[in-house]
Design a protein around this ligand. Structure first.
Ligand code: NAP
Length: 272
């Protein structure tokens, strides 16, 4: 019996139970996928969940907003990639130790390269766990990055961690002087239910030759993607990445090959 789950806050609209329960059914595995809604301030509850994983009561955990960095302190070991990124989205147990892994990075790169050739210069919006995974992934492709972080402290942290960052700070007209070929939204701006949000300033046009990838997948077409389409740019939402990060986690937890088409169908049903 697999006891899988997701820790984050809030979690009401998560697609993960539908994706993983469909995958378990398809592979003939018995199991459940639970939602653990833990507020940002409740470090004790986070620690307790990791202990339940270590004790074998939980088989595997996904980690989402706002805990991808905070949970690092409770984990026993990190994969080299999770260490480089400084954020985890999957936990599993190996030889009694809780291992923190990052499947967001590989999932983003797989989905990006299924869509476009490797980019040369990207602008990444956001400075949280997802932005870090994206920046690290772009580094593996040799892609330089302007990191659009809105707080000076976040900008400094990113500059110190990632060698492929050429500048960090708020978005301005100056950024458009460099011909970026990719813009990635790794903030929750535009996500349901606050669908009018957009992390790209209204007064600044998007770079004229960039493809625009929004990690947000609910709604499928965010305000950012609508603006990009109106400028004639190529756009992609986060649904492909969502399926791929789930597939990689499923394989880690179960040892079974993930049934990606089944997981995609489950996502499509959730996304409407
Ligand atoms: P996070 O750790 O909370 O980080 C969010 C970052 O975005 C923070 O740096 C935050 O800055 C910034 N931000 C928030 N609102 C903003 C705004 N209106 N304008 C500019 N910056 C803003 O979250 P995360 O885990 O990185 O996730 C970010 C988004 O990616 C979420 O929507 C999540 O669902 C999505 N995601 C999708 C996938 C997928 O598979 N498609 C995978 C991972 C994440 P402050 O700290 O100043 O608030």
């Amino acid at each position: 019996m697999m006891h899988l789950g997701l820790v984050g806050y809030p979690l009401k609209h998560s697609f993960s139970p539908a994706i993983h329960e469909a995958a378990m059914r398809c592979c003939g595995l018995r199991g459940e996928y639970s939602l653990y809604a833990v507020p940002e301030t409740d470090g004790a509850a986070l620690r307790q969940l990791v202990n339940r994983l270590r004790d074998g009561e939980i088989t595997g955990l996904n980690v989402t907003i706002p805990h991808k960095q905070a949970i690092l302190q409770f984990v026993d070991t990190l994969t080299p990639e999770a260490q480089a990124i400084g954020a985890v989205n999957v936990l599993h147990v190996q030889d009694g130790s809780v291992v923190g892994q990052n499947t967001d990075c590989a999932a983003f790169i797989t989905d990006l390269l299924a869509w476009l050739p490797a980019p040369r210069l990207g602008i990444v919006l956001g400075a949280g766990g997802a932005a870090r995974a994206v920046i690290h992934g772009l580094a593996t492709l040799g892609c330089k990055v302007h990191a659009a972080a809105r707080r000076p402290g976040q900008s400094r942290e990113l500059l110190a961690r990632f060698a492929n960052i050429v500048s960090a700070g708020p978005i301005s007209d100056d950024l458009l002087r460099d011909p970026a070929d990719l813009v990635v939204n790794a903030t929750p701006a535009g996500m349901f239910p606050r669908v009018d949000g957009c992390a790209w300033p209204e007064a600044v046009p998007l770079p004229a030759h960039a493809a625009v990838y929004d990690l947000v997948y609910n709604p499928r077409q965010t305000r950012l993607l609508s603006r990009a389409r109106a400028q004639g740019l190529l756009v992609r939402n986060g649904l492909g990445m969502l399926v791929e990060q789930a597939a990689l986690a499923f394989e880690l937890w179960t040892g079974c090959r993930a049934p990606r088409p089944v997981m995609s169908e489950a996502v499509s049903r959730c996304a409407g």
